[in-house]
Design a protein around this ligand. Structure first.
Ligand code: ATP
Ligand code: MG
Length: 593
């Protein structure tokens, strides 16, 4: 099977891996035929044995952008398929026409690829749409009606709700529950043919209104909804309910392990009931897929609900789904996250039978661990003030520029050296100077010496101020014969080293300094309005300077700005001549409580 990612060396054990391993060894799914594409039992029977020992799927509804919670599910499903030599399908669960859009379909495809996964195996693209199965779903519904296992219910929505009962009260049978097969079939066809108003009736399974599991109290299978579908247009005015559609999608695709989150646990008896009826009717391949639930991933300081993320976008709290503050994969990519870090995070957080809260520091740590070895180093000044070297011209001659260099990456000498120049004026950080130093401040203050990193030692003499007393420049003398890398450079001892960018060769850049989007660890806990937990300082835009080696870097390049943290050139706004850098994260954990 062709997956682009090599299996990771150590595969953490989890209950799903253990289960799949056992079932593969026992050959539970070994006998199933595969017709080369999704289909009913007859279609598969015409094919050979399924070359995939396991089939899993990632089934997003295209009603929003993928977020970090989805990444967890993606890596789990694609990772298990890879590790067992199987296939993972990407399937759009597009049975709800009102909220689904092509824009979301495209974005989902792009982000699953970005994460490094492929649905290509044995020369086949396993990219599917639930809406392609509408014909089969309709046919299966007629079969259920024909076998007396489904009926058209004309109760009002309120009556239906009231008659469903609750955890302590059994439901009440609908007055329409016992109509004849012929009558049900005729009515269902009328529903399909557009002869009834939206919401006027539904097709329901006929199981048990007194079942202790409310999901088995005659669940709805089809509703009438005149809505344009992104794939099927106006062909249908009835649409299958999610609970009916999903098991069928799995079965048509020969899925072996249908992994979902815990809130679907109560649906499992229904999932099994439905597929058993369709297998025994000869419509679907056997053995049917099985549903397995794992705990949802929740991340502190983050919300993972498409509905709420959509509200953030629609209400303008962020600049679109790919705003670098968003926990969407599109936002995280733009922020500078690497797919490797996201995959590592997904792997490290395992799979368990309980919903988990993971500290954001875990994700941030995976990111920094990945960036540390990869990101080229550079110097940048974020809050610039000029430092004037007052004896420069006397020592070196007016206009002299002293060439300096530094390794592109301290651990990768092969990446070579960056070149920049030291001249009579450089940009330094405003807070690297203090007129009156506090205890322990070792940077620039009158009388103190510091090293300009990769440059020379300078001794501060004071500062210049404007009429309002604001400091406009820092003044210093160069200490001769202290250039980094030259003999005797270390003879003058200093306690502080500061970063800088030459005024003559520094590149002006826009720097987006991002911070957490929410200031509360559980922004939407306990039904609270997540908008109230928004961090008003989640984005600060400053104008700074970066060293000349960054003059022509393309978008999406990651750097470590020495002392400041990791930055990436914005994939949308960055342009040669108008550089824009996003702060990815700091050098140290800023998330630990
Ligand atoms: P949302 O509530 O954000 O809309 P969803 O579960 O409805 O999420 P789907 O598009 O239906 O979104 O999800 C596709 C898959 O991703 C499902 O199998 C779902 O269980 C899984 N998934 C979504 N969120 C998480 C999460 N936080 N942790 C683990 N898996 C998740
Ligand atoms: Mg959903």
């Amino acid at each position: 099977m062709s997956h682009p990612l090599p299996p990771d060396a150590a595969k953490p054990a989890n209950f799903l891996r253990t289960l799949i391993e056992r079932e593969v060894n026992e050959g539970v799914y070994a006998q199933r035929p595969w017709g080369g594409s999704p289909g009913d039992a007859a279609h598969h029977a015409a094919g050979g044995p399924d070359p995939a020992p396991v089939r899993l799927r990632f089934p997003p509804e295209p009603n929003g952008y993928l977020h970090i919670g989805h990444a967890k599910s993606i890596c789990l499903n694609f990772g298990l398929a890879r590790d067992f030599g199987g296939v993972c399908h990407l399937r759009f669960d597009d049975t709800n026409p009102e909220k689904e859009e092509q824009e979301y379909v495209d974005a989902i495809v792009e982000m699953v690829h970005w994460l490094g996964w492929s649905w290509q195996a044995n020369g086949t693209e396993h990219l599917y749409y639930a809406s392609h199965y509408f014909d089969f779903m309709y046919r299966a519904a007629e079969v259920l009606v024909g076998r007396g296992l489904a009926y058209v219910d004309e109760q009002s929505a309120e009556a239906m709700r009231a008659n469903r009962g609750d955890f302590t009260t059994p439901g009440t049978n609908s007055p329409w529950r016992d109509r004849s097969v012929e009558e049900n079939l005729a009515r269902f066809r009328e529903m399909r043919d557009g002869q009834h108003a939206d919401g006027s009736m539904v097709l329901r399974a006929k199981i048990d209104m007194a079942s202790p599991n409310i999901n088995l109290r005659d669940p709805a299978l089809y509703r009438i909804k005149r809505a344009h579908h992104h794939n099927t247009g106006d062909r249908w005015c009835i649409y299958p309910m999610y609970a009916y559609a999903h098991p069928i999608e799995d079965a048509l695709e020969n899925i072996t392990h249908s992994i979902c989150t815990l809130e679907f646990e109560d649906q499992r008896p229904w999932y099994d009931w439905l597929l058993a009826r369709l297998v025994e009717g000869g419509l679907l391949n056997a053995p049917a897929p099985k549903q397995h639930e794992f705990g949802r991933l929740n991340l502190t300081y983050v919300i993972t609900s498409k509905r709420k993320l959509k509200a953030l976008v629609d209400e303008g709290h962020v600049n679109g789904w790919d705003d670098p503050r968003m926990p969407t994969l599109a936002g995280m990519r733009r922020r500078g996250y690497t797919p490797e870090a996201v995959r590592k995070f997904a792997e490290d957080t395992g799979a368990s039978k309980t919903n988990i809260w993971v500290d954001y520091a875990v994700l941030d740590g995976a990111l920094r661990a990945d960036l540390e070895g990869k990101a080229a180093r550079a110097m940048a000044v974020i809050a610039p003030i000029p430092l004037k070297l007052i004896n420069w011209d006397t020592l070196y001659g007016a206009g002299h520029i002293e060439p300096c260099s530094a390794p592109a990456h301290p651990q990768h000498p092969a990446l070579g050296q960056r070149q920049f120049g030291l001249g009579p004026a450089v940009w330094i950080e405003r807070d690297d100077f203090a007129e009156l130093p506090t205890k322990g401040f070792f940077r620039l203050f009158p009388g103190n010496k510091v090293r300009l990193k990769y440059g020379m030692v300078v001794e501060c003499t004071g500062c210049e101020k404007d009429a309002d007393g604001r400091i406009t420049a820092v003044l210093a003398n160069v200490v001769p014969d202290t250039k980094s890398g030259t003999p005797g450079a270390d003879a003058v001892k200093v306690k502080g080293t500061i970063t800088w960018v030459g005024v003559h060769d520094g590149i002006a850049a826009t720097l987006n300094l991002y911070d957490r989007l929410f200031s509360e660890p559980q922004p939407d806990a306990g039904g609270r309005d997540f908008r109230e937990a928004l961090n008003p300082a989640s984005k600060t835009v400053v104008q700074g300077f970066v060293e000349p080696s960054l003059a022509a870097v393309p978008p999406d390049q990651r750097f470590q700005f020495e002392r400041h943290g990791y930055f990436v050139t914005d994939r949308i706004d960055h342009a040669p001549g108008a550089p824009v850098f996003n702060r990815i994260t700091g050098l140290k954990d800023g998330w630990a409580k």
